[in-house]
Design a protein around this ligand. Sequence first.
Ligand code: NAG
Ligand code: NAG
Ligand code: NAG
Length: 225
Amino acid sequence: MQESKPRPRTLAASGSSWLLLLYLAAVVPDGVLQTRAQPDSNGFISIDCGLAGPSYVDETTNLTYQPDAAFTDAGENHNIPSYNVLPGLQGLYGDLRSFPNGTRNCYTLRSLTAGNKYLFRASFMYGYYDGLFIPPVFDLYIGLNYWATVEGWSLERSALWWEAIVVVPDNSVQVCLVKTGATTPFISGLELRPLKSSMYPQVNVTQGLVLVSRHSMGQTGTTIR
Ligand SMILES: *[C@@H]1O[C@H](CO)[C@@H](O)[C@H](O)[C@H]1NC(C)=O
Ligand SMILES: *[C@@H]1O[C@H](CO)[C@@H](O)[C@H](O)[C@H]1NC(C)=O
Ligand SMILES: *[C@@H]1O[C@H](CO)[C@@H](O)[C@H](O)[C@H]1NC(C)=O
């Protein structure tokens, strides 16, 4: 197991190549609670954190993004000034939920299949929503297990994201934002995708993977998805 933390990825960076580089991290989520919001027919959960309005369909992916109120009881919604959001990123990144109170605030993802492998992606755009001009630094956990430190804001309007692949032992899991300093944790998007159990055989119930970077080898031009 390596000690280094994943570097954040910025949407502003153009990928000339794609290669999945993952490092091993011990990530085992704990189990939890009630039932409210459901995965879609593909088993996907796509949450636009801080979205005040109804669900919407993303034009690029055709995926339906839900508001986050059914997934967390804490925090408050904020919009980012539109001039601080890069063109094309307004959907997921135009709003966020911040957690000014408490050190540990969580999203609960329910109706999962215990023992299945899932890809988690958490996305962040600060966009000076609070007018403080101090990009926050805080930690992410999956259940009780450290996932990542949200930091590395290189560009003023950069969007950062972290991914992990984990076997979820229960039918629900919490993704938590943990305050580690003076700044206020926040999140823009949270996505969950089920994976076939044959994918990423390194991942089992005691061991997860955290994304380091992803490149398309030989591709030219801008980032694709
Ligand atoms: C999105 O969904 C609509 C309606 O189901 C379909 O007509 C369209 O082709 C889809 N677009 C993409 C990019 O998949
Ligand atoms: C944070 O705590 C203050 C003081 O108790 C309260 O007024 C405020 O509504 C809380 N905000 C959130 C988002 O929970
Ligand atoms: C998970 O994989 C690691 C590395 O291959 C192995 O050491 C560990 O025993 C595995 N855990 C289980 C529960 O199979």
